[in-house]
Design a protein around this ligand. Structure first.
Ligand code: NAP
Length: 678
């Protein structure tokens, strides 16, 4: 009997017994039976309970930074094992080159999110969203948004085409957000996901209960999900609709995110005639997107939009490029085009091609007969010949609606920018569009018009081509997802991807209460004066520790000296008459940078001590002009303290408020310093 894939639930591996209905998974190249998959016998109630009662408390023990450090270590742990994942990946029909996007690309998201957690979030369990809103005249009532981890689990249901990336690009932001994760991989490639999940669990890096795996049918889980849980789905629009209509989503408020299929376009700009660099880039892009992963990419170019006058040239050039893409066993180094994931998928792709032809498309290259011949030549594997169709009617519904999830694209002609915009939008919302043009006016006009239908747009030309990551690659720092048909979801995008699994709450309170809740000092809250705060290490420093400086008078000599010394002789500082004619100044005024410099002279503690460096200012505003004879005083308050997990120091952000003799604010800003822990 062939192996039945095990699942990891409630802290143990569960291997189903011999069950009817287990789905057999075959190597799409050789046809070999690999294993079978079923979730029979899993106690879904125990699984959910484990996530809630073990996973959530364990994750809450960790700050965002501690989670970030774990992600980095986990990334290194998996990277050491990448070779084995590549071996397994061959049995999903993927060439080594294509598997890099899945395996190394997936592991890369762990490193990116490690950075997001440690650089963009506090070393705490509460994340602040935006600034303070002043809600009252007297300043005793203020508001601010905070983000906290939701008290539920995140179920990821993934598509078959990126068994590693698809799992890790969701796991990373979910883990940073502090929610336990349940992974449900697509059956056809679950064995690769399982291998990675097993290594993640074996690493000993993850808190217990924060990662579980269900191979096979996960639908019984839906009965256990409620308002604090989330489902992050990737797959076809049909399945998305089915899951979106589950009671947990409709009635019990489970958050549902869908990344569905998408009829992405790439457009050749009107300027990019044959012979231009852009024409060649376009042709390469279309051919590459067809052959990478055998076209089984949610971001692949399904609709190739070209100006009427270039249609023949594009068809010919793309077909010629595709001829050079050697099809075969993905284990062979020379292979550029592997099989699709299964013979079933092959049937679906060819059926979709037939329906496009029935709707008026003609075959430029590829199609069913060519695919049958290719498959026969390669020993009967699930091969589909790269297929370029030409839609004779650009407005036919099918070409904007039928997704052939394989190495297939349709060439569609357009005659004007307005027509190109309307055609691009006929996809009813896509993950990605690309426009290949060197004409900035055209690009600006076109992109602004099609952006509402797309989650990401690549503008490719001779200037960015060499370093461009291409049409098909979602990047962890940029959002992945699209409106409408593409599912309406949004993943990745740095911090944005974390926020989906947290709850945003508007807190209304006094400044002192808001300081206590958010962990960041808020203007109007208590300040503790006393020992100079620069003499305190992170062990002693507290948010709200403050210094009020002496007064310093700004003289005309100071201003003239500063002007001469720095070379900043702008008339507002040097010419009384011209300065007085300026609508903002009463006459000659002090340089803003002079004010900031004097402020530093007023607050600084000169002796060697725990403050190691000043690495910048943020949010600097000069509010009231300073005239010769004015007096200045600065108040410095420890606003946020962020100890680093892996260093002997941390960041301290100080609120600096400079006022004049009438106690009017002159300048406000944050001073950023590095301070020793001890
Ligand atoms: P699929 O058939 O929709 O399956 C996706 C996932 O849903 C699989 O894990 C599948 O499990 C599961 N599933 C199927 N029916 C379900 C149900 N009734 N309830 C709960 N889960 C269910 O899609 P696929 O064939 O794996 O992937 C190809 C499709 O995904 C293409 O249409 C492609 O465009 C889309 N895709 C989109 C993105 C994106 O980011 N937008 C990325 C990749 C792929 P089983 O495998 O066990 O059936």
């Amino acid at each position: 009997m062939t192996e039945i894939l095990s699942s990891f639930c409630a802290g143990t591996w569960h291997t189903p017994g011999e069950q009817d209905g287990a789905r057999a998974v075959h190597d799409p190249t050789t046809g070999e039976l690999l294993h079978r998959v079923t979730s029979a016998g899993i106690d879904f109630s125990a699984l959910v309970d484990h996530a809630r009662t073990v996973g959530i408390p364990a994750l809450r023990e960790l700050t965002f930074h501690q989670r970030g450090v774990i992600l980095k270590q986990l990334g290194a742990h998996l990277m050491e094992r990448a070779k084995r994942y590549h071996e397994i990946s061959f049995s999903t029909g993927t060439t080594k080159r294509d598997a890099f996007v899945d395996i190394e690309g997936g592991i890369g998201t762990l490193f990116t999110y490690s950075g997001v957690a440690r650089r963009q979030m506090p070393n705490s369990t509460v994340h602040l969203d935006g600034g303070v809103e002043h809600l009252s005249k007297g300043g005793s009532f203020v508001g601010r948004h905070i983000l906290t981890s939701r008290q539920g689990l995140a179920l990821q249901i993934n598509a078959f085409n990126f068994p590693v990336w698809g799992m890790l690009e969701k796991f990373a932001p979910m883990f940073v957000a502090g929610v336990p994760v349940v992974v449900k991989p697509a059956t056809a490639s679950a064995h690769l996901t399982r291998a990675v999940v097993a290594d993640m669990l074996d690493s000993g890096l993850l808190p217990e209960g924060c990662l579980q795996l269900v191979c096979g049918d996960a639908t019984p889980l839906f009965d256990h999900l409620a308002e604090q849980d989330a489902i992050a789905f990737t797959g076809s629009a049909d399945t998305a609709a089915r899951i979106g209509s589950q009671e947990c989503v409709r009635q019990r408020g489970t958050r549902f995110f869908a990344e569905a299929d998408s009829l992405n376009f790439s457009l050749l700009g009107p300027d990019a005639a044959p012979g231009t660099e852009e024409f060649d880039l376009f042709v390469s892009g279309v051919a590459t997107e067809m052959t990478v992963k055998a076209g089984q990419k949610c971001t692949a170019i399904r609709r190739t939009l070209v100006p009427e006058q270039h249609v023949e040239a594009v068809a010919e050039a793309v077909a010629a490029k595709l001829e050079a893409a050697t099809a075969g066993d993905p284990r062979e180094k020379s292979t550029r085009l592997g099989p699709v994931i299964s013979t079933g998928q092959r049937g679906d792709v060819l059926d979709a091609v037939d329906s496009l032809i029935a709707a008026g498309a003609s075959v430029v290259t590829g199609g069913r007969e060519a695919s049958d011949a290719l498959s026969k030549r390669l020993g009967g594997g699930a091969f589909v010949a790269p297929t370029v169709l030409r839609a004779d009617d650009p407005w036919a519904d099918a070409v904007h609606d039928v997704e052939a999830f394989g190495p297939v694209t349709s060439i569609i002609t357009y005659s004007s920018t307005a027509e190109a915009v309307r055609l691009a939008a006929r996809g009813r919302g896509s993950l990605v569009g690309s426009v290949v043009t060197h004409d900035r006016d055209f690009a600006a006009d076109f992109v602004r018009q099609v952006a509402p239908w797309h989650g990401r747009i690549l503008v490719l030309d001779r200037d960015d081509a060499e370093e461009s990551t291409g049409h098909g690659s979602p990047l962890p720092t940029l959002v992945h997802g699209g409106p409408g048909r593409a599912g309406g979801g949004e993943e990745l995008g740095g911090l944005r991807g974390v926020e989906h699994f947290m709850q945003r709450t508007a807190i209304q309170a006094s400044p002192d209460m808001l300081t206590a809740i958010g962990g960041e000092w808020v203007s109007g809250a208590e300040r503790r004066l006393g020992e100079h705060p620069f003499t305190k290490s992170l062990a002693d420093l507290r948010v709200g520790d403050a210094l009020e400086s002496e007064w310093r008078t700004v003289t005309l000599e100071d201003i003239e000296h500063f002007a001469e010394f720095t070379g900043d002789t702008f008339y507002a500082h040097t010419d009384e008459e011209a300065a007085a004619a300026n609508p903002f100044f009463p006459g000659r005024v002090a340089h803003g940078y002079l004010i900031v410099s004097f402020a530093a002279g007023l607050f600084v503690q000169p002796d060697p001590g725990p403050v190691l460096a000043n690495y910048g200012l943020e949010g600097l505003r000069f509010v009231t002009p300073v005239s010769p004879g004015d007096r200045l005083k600065v108040t410095l308050t420890a606003k946020r303290i962020t100890p680093r997990e892996t260093d002997e120091y941390g960041e301290v952000r100080w609120d600096a408020e400079v006022v004049n003799q009438d106690h009017e604010p002159v300048a406000n800003y944050d001073v950023l310093t590095l301070v020793a822990k001890e």
